[in-house]
Ligand binder design. Structure first.
Ligand code: HEM
Length: 505
């Protein structure tokens, strides 16, 4: 009997401890909830999902004006904190860089466990650090980019020839499509010296269509992302379809890697491949990078580059051309700069970018008004962080609203106008130090592809306006050109930009 009683006492004590823990957890949660940054009223279960509307970047900009630059929302069951001022963006990306260095992983890309190897989705772990080091020091370093600029120059000559043929026949060009094909080939030639796309839509289009399809799927709002408990159902089929496209990319990259390994074997005995393309660097066991990646890791890295680098770069080109067609005086001014500094006897080269301040200002102004990633790639809080007397809880998704900051009248005079001149006498740059202009992010998770994107975007826009004059199709007047935006995986032009080129050179 005494033994039974002691057992009961122990059980009671255990129950008391469990109940106390639950009680304290509830108290802590409710205190945490009270301390969340201000935000709009949330409906039960769906939270603020309905307030996102068709253009979440505009809706969140509007809500930020009402509730402040540090705002919290509930998107389904996902606590989300939206940052809309350069000062708070600096705190998040610089002062608390490490605490906000993780990612909220999209359900779609978890299908083949890709997120476990991908630089974009890995938390800031030693594995991620090794990938960043390899990328920054050996793949997109100035030295490496300089060493393979000739292969890109050849692709740019092909762009000019293709547009030139349209100019001769007087037919319109879909500038977004042409930019996308050019960016794919610039990247594939820098990475592994192969063309992956063709200007004629029927040939060589598997790769191009697959990349587009992945972005299309990744850009759709997905119930599984807002309600992770429903992930196993994949209600919209997004994960299943994305998985199919990822397999197609894997097959293409596996073939490319196999071919490259054969070439490397045939060259065995020769020392380092530092003069080769970027895949040579990744595969070469003798290379000073000292990082040996497995096949699936190389595959993931290549996918990261193409998914993160193509639409972002090509839509920047499309927006820059749209703004120049919308503002023909600015187009003429840019053409005059190129004629004066480069002349008419040769085409612009990468080394010329630094000598063309107005072209540089055009690219900055385009990225200010139309950042391809209007919320960066969502960050995630690794720990609870106290900011301005509010609590940003662990696991909260962090959206840095770059788009709101780019159009904030408190930061920019006449913010809606396309006015590259504002950057001519200014030192503001997009490399992550000036928080009012951070289209590539800032801090440890900022874009590693910036050096390549910088070269590609300037060169494509520069060559299109150096080599051709442009007018809109069907006699459309510049002021009637629609500048409507659409937010999918990136922020693109809602309607494709079509214009007719005529030869200038
Ligand atoms: C990440 C913008 C081109 C590869 C990012 C981020 C942004 C961005 C905003 C996230 C930063 C953050 O979350 O703090 C852009 C823009 C581009 C561009 C505006 C073109 C105009 C490229 C190119 C490549 C690339 C050409 C590669 C070839 C990546 C990768 C990441 C990334 C791998 C993930 C980095 C990480 O999570 O550690 N980019 N990007 N991007 N970008 Fe870019």
């Amino acid at each position: 009997f005494r033994f039974e009683r002691k057992k009961m006492d122990n059980l009671n004590l255990f129950m008391l401890i469990v109940l106390s823990c639950i009680f304290f957890k509830l108290v802590i949660n409710s205190v945490a909830k009270r301390n969340l940054p201000p935000g709009p009223y949330r409906l039960p279960i769906i939270g603020n999902l309905l307030q996102l509307g068709k253009k979440p970047h505009e809706s969140l900009t509007h809500l930020g004006k009402v509730h402040g630059p540090l705002m919290s929302l509930k998107l389904g069951s996902l606590t989300t904190v939206v940052i809309s001022s350069p000062a708070i963006a600096k705190e998040v990306l610089q002062k608390h860089d490490q605490s906000f260095s993780s990612r909220t992983v999209l359900d779609a890309i978890t299908i083949h466990d890709d997120h476990k190897y991908s630089m974009i989705w890995l938390p800031a772990s030693p594995q991620w650090r090794a990938l960043r080091k390899l990328t920054n020091s050996h793949i997109f370093s100035t030295q490496k980019l300089d060493s393979n600029q000739n292969s890109r120059q050849q692709k740019l000559d092909e762009l000019v020839s293709y547009v030139g043929r349209n100019a001769s026949s007087g037919s319109a060009v879909d500038i977004g499509q042409v930019a996308f094909t050019t960016v794919l080939n610039l990247m594939s030639n820098s990475l592994f010296s192969i063309d992956l796309a063709d200007y004629n839509s029927n040939s060589g289009s598997t790769f191009k269509n697959t990349i587009r399809a992945i972005m299309w799927e990744a850009g759709k709002p997905n119930v599984s992302d807002y309600f992770p408990v429903l992930r196993f159902l994949d209600l919209q089929g997004i994960r299943r379809r994305t998985g199919k496209y990822i397999r197609i990319l894997d097959d293409i990259f596996n073939q490319i890697i196999d071919q490259k390994l054969l070439v490397l074997q045939s060259r065995e005995g020769n020392s380092s491949m530092s003069g080769g393309d970027m895949l040579d660097v990744i595969l070469d066991p003798c290379h000073e990078n000292g990082i040996q990646l497995q096949r699936h890791e190389i595959n993931a890295l290549l996918k990261d580059f193409f998914v993160a680098g193509t639409d972002t770069s090509s839509s920047t080109v499309e927006w820059a051309m749209a703004e120049l067609l919308h503002n023909p005086f600015k187009m003429t001014k840019a053409q005059q700069e190129i004629s004066t500094i480069i002349g008419k006897d040769r085409l612009i080269k990468e080394r010329d970018i630094i000598r063309l301040p107005y072209l540089q200002a055009i690219v900055k102004e385009t990225l200010r008004l139309h950042p391809p990633a209007p919320f960066l790639v969502p960050h995630k809080a690794v720990v609870d962080v106290k900011m301005h007397n509010f609590l940003v809880p662990k696991d909260a998704q962090i959206l840095v609203n770059v788009s709101a900051m780019g159009r904030d009248p408190a930061i920019w005079t006449d913010p809606i106008s396309f006015n590259p001149e504002r950057f001519l006498d200014s030192k503001v740059d997009y490399r992550g130090q000036d928080f009012e202009l951070i289209p590539f992010g800032s801090g440890r998770r900022s874009c590693p592809g910036l050096p390549l994107a910088h070269r590609m975007v300037h060169l494509i826009v520069g060559l299109l306006i150096q080599s051709f004059d442009w007018k809109l199709e069907n006699g459309m007047r510049p002021e009637d050109l629609s500048m409507e935006e659409e937010l999918g995986f990136t922020l693109t032009k809602a309607t494709g930009l079509r214009a007719i080129p005529t030869n200038r050179l």
